[in-house]
Design a binder for this molecule. Structure first.
Ligand SMILES: [Zn+2]
Length: 440
């Protein structure tokens, strides 16, 4: 009797244990999501594949395989994108979520800093972040807050904490330039005006600024190596240089010591040369890059984030110095891009959104790259695997492959036939959660 009782108890305990296991196991089963992809551009391969099945477990991609050979896990949620083209979430490597297009009718750049409470700027930054995610951009390298201090760190924390929707953010905080190297400008010299970046003079101040920004959460350090630009005596684009090589070297040395990288805004000439000699990791804009500078970029492995689209809008009238400069910027930029592409410079997709109003489409940069000779697949890679390499997130983002974050988007058409299809994203998943489209 006693043995029987014990046996019953063991059986009961075992059944309870099984039930407890079920309770643990069931949510795991439910956390499987399966995407049927009609066409898959995985961000890494040179060719698209058809009829693929992507199995997602939690927030990571578990497997990617042919539909014919894949067993769908029982209880999995199936998302049918069999008529769509599926891609990794896109990466914009040059944005400003704290800028709103600098509309002159609304007071331009200066009004941002002089008139808007930081709370308003932060609220609008959350809208910018959401808009980026809606358009399929699941990672942004946001390269400075334009006078909003460390606001980007807070927005990043709000997204990571799940309080607001948005892409994964890599933030640059305040950015660094020199006296005479950044707005606000043009006010009475007696006034101590706030500036859109942290201004330094000398290597000691430069290093200190980098330390402060890194200490407060900068993922990248952004440096302005040129400031004003104009048409020179021989019709060339001239840019005013800002930091010296010694100042930049102090920043680069400090930042690399923290295991982080330095992005340099540089249009051309002396400032771009100092950026390269000082060891910048990425050149932003690079409007007028000389042949020898292109050779140096290839040799040093410097990244190039051209932001083409930003230079085709807001041109001044053709008969004014500013209008002539604006036209020259676009034409020399095209030549620099073509030369860099031919020479094998590592090019990443970047837009300067924020400088461009957030109401405009982010994907407008793709057709500019393709029109200047980049293949459609390479343009896609510039916003996926290539950008992930620059951000040191290879294998984690910019790719649909096992082990990567489940950041996945889909478009209805074929972007390898018409790259403008990337402006019509209809499905967005970030971190395994559907943000837009089927399965939401
Ligand atoms: Zn910018």
């Amino acid at each position: 009797m006693r043995t029987v009782c014990w046996g019953v108890f063991v059986a009961l305990a075992a059944s309870l244990a099984v039930r407890a296991q079920d309770q643990v196991a069931t949510p795991q089963l439910k956390s499987f999501t399966v995407i049927r992809a009609g066409t898959l551009i995985d961000g890494k391969s040179d060719l698209a594949r058809h009829d693929q099945v992507i199995v997602i477990r939690g927030n990571l991609i578990d497997s990617v395989s042919d539909a014919s050979s894949t067993k769908i896990p029982p209880g999995a949620t199936v998302i049918d994108l069999s008529k769509a083209t599926v891609l990794p979430g896109l990466i914009d490597s040059h944005t400003h979520i704290f800028l709103q297009g600098e509309n002159p009718a609304e007071g331009g750049y200066d009004a941002n800093i002089l008139k808007y409470p930081l709370s308003l700027r932060a609220a609008r930054a959350t809208v910018a972040a959401r808009r980026a995610l809606e358009q399929g951009f699941t990672v942004l390298r946001d390269v400075e807050t334009e006078g909003a201090g460390y606001g980007d760190v807070g927005i990043k924390q709000a997204i990571e904490g799940g309080y607001i929707p948005g892409p994964r953010l890599l933030v640059a905080t305040r950015a660094i330039s020199t006296t005479g190297g950044y707005p606000l400008e043009g006010y009475a010299p007696e006034l101590d005006m706030p500036k859109g970046a942290q201004l330094i003079d000398g290597p000691v101040e430069a290093r200190k600024a980098a330390r402060e920004q890194l200490d407060h959460g900068a993922d990248w350090i952004k440096v302005y190596m040129t400031h004003r630009s104009w048409v020179g005596k021989n019709g060339e684009l001239v840019s005013q240089p800002t930091l010296t090589v010694e100042e930049l070297k102090a920043i680069v040395d400090e930042t690399h010591g923290w295991g982080k990288k330095v992005a340099c805004h540089a249009y051309g000439g002396i400032g771009l040369q100092r950026a390269l000699d000082g060891g910048c990791d990425s050149i932003e804009h690079g409007l007028a890059i000389s042949d020898t500078q292109i050779v140096q970029m290839v040799k040093q492995g410097t990244w190039y984030c051209p932001t083409l689209a930003a230079y085709y809008t807001d041109w001044g009238p053709a008969d004014t110095p500013a209008g002539q400069r604006d036209r020259l910027r676009a034409s020399v930029h095209e030549e620099s891009f073509k030369k860099a592409l031919k020479a094998g410079v590592k090019i990443v997709f970047g837009t300067d959104m924020g400088g461009i109003p957030w109401t405009e489409p982010i994907a407008q940069e793709f057709p500019h790259m393709v029109e200047l000779g980049m293949s459609r697949m390479d343009a896609i890679k510039s916003a996926t695997t290539r950008a992930a390499d620059m951000l040191e997130m290879s294998g984690q983002v910019g790719v649909v492959a096992p082990g990567a974050y489940a950041d996945i988007i889909a478009v209805a058409g074929d972007p390898l036939k018409d790259v403008k299809e990337l402006g019509n994203v209809q499905f967005v998943m970030k971190d395994g959660k559907v943000f837009r489209g089927e399965g939401k």
